[in-house]
Design a protein around this ligand. Structure first.
Ligand code: MD3
Ligand code: FE
Length: 218
């Protein structure tokens, strides 16, 4: 396999993959082997497309700061949620998807049983202490047969993994720096969110959490 063990488990043999439910797998520490190029790539993207607080269709400012990389970027405004090839703040295309992103997302998806995953969108979320993401479904993508791969970096968070209805009881999943989660199959349309972040510090990222979500949007 051309990705060899670049993003494999060799660096962290103490960790076992954790299946949350059919289609949802936590790969603890999966991104740690490539932390320097990953953080460098994020810096490059944020320099071209800074984090911003989008407005929901209902008129609320999101507490999560967001930007994107790749051919498509997720945006929200008074008109709705959608994927757009143009950054509305710059009027230019979103920054390119770095190779290290494509390799990491593809290797994680393969490991979780979804070979051939080639994302065309990477939504980058920035959380500061107190920031939260309320329960929602991700349904702006064209093909729900494609998984979503998420990468957690920086200070830890508690992820809420709910059911197919908003009121279903949610599982609490702690996510730490380097953890990767693949959400596909029957897990793909489950409600999910992030509890308000507790104040904390991370050596590389300071008082912040960054989450990358890789999607096949178009
Ligand atoms: C489960 N982001 O950007 S990543 C999002 O930590 C989002 O920033 C959160 O939810 C974050 O939409 C959670 C984990 C995640 C992403 C997509 C999912 C879990 C998912 C789609 C379906 C089911
Ligand atoms: Fe989501």
């Amino acid at each position: 396999m051309i990705t060899s063990d670049l993003f494999g488990s060799a660096a962290h043999p103490e960790h076992r993959d954790e299946t949350l439910c059919e289609g949802a797998v936590v790969l603890r520490g999966f991104s740690l082997a490539h932390e320097p190029p990953l953080l460098q790539a994020i810096d490059t993207i944020v320099a071209q497309a800074p984090f911003r607080h989008l407005i929901t269709p209902g008129g609320f400012r999101m507490s999560v700061g967001m930007t994107n990389a790749g051919p498509l970027g997720w945006v929200s405004d008074r008109r709705g949620y959608r994927y757009d090839p143009i950054d509305p703040d710059s009027g230019k295309p979103w920054p390119a998807m770095p190779d290290v992103f494509l390799e990491l997302a593809g290797a994680a998806a393969t490991r979780a049983g979804f070979p051939g995953f080639v994302p065309d969108a990477c939504l980058i979320n920035r959380y500061e202490p107190g920031t939260r993401l309320t329960l929602h479904q991700d349904r702006n993508e064209r093909d729900f047969g494609q998984p979503i791969v998420s990468v957690s970096l920086g200070i830890p968070a508690v992820f809420l993994f709910g059911g197919m209805q908003r009121t279903d009881r949610a599982l609490r999943v702690p996510l730490a720096h380097g953890d990767v989660v693949v959400w596909g199959g029957p897990a793909r349309l489950r409600y999910h969110g992030v509890l308000p972040l507790k104040p904390n510090h991370h050596a590389a990222l300071g008082e912040c959490r960054i989450n990358l979500t890789f999607r096949r949007a178009g």
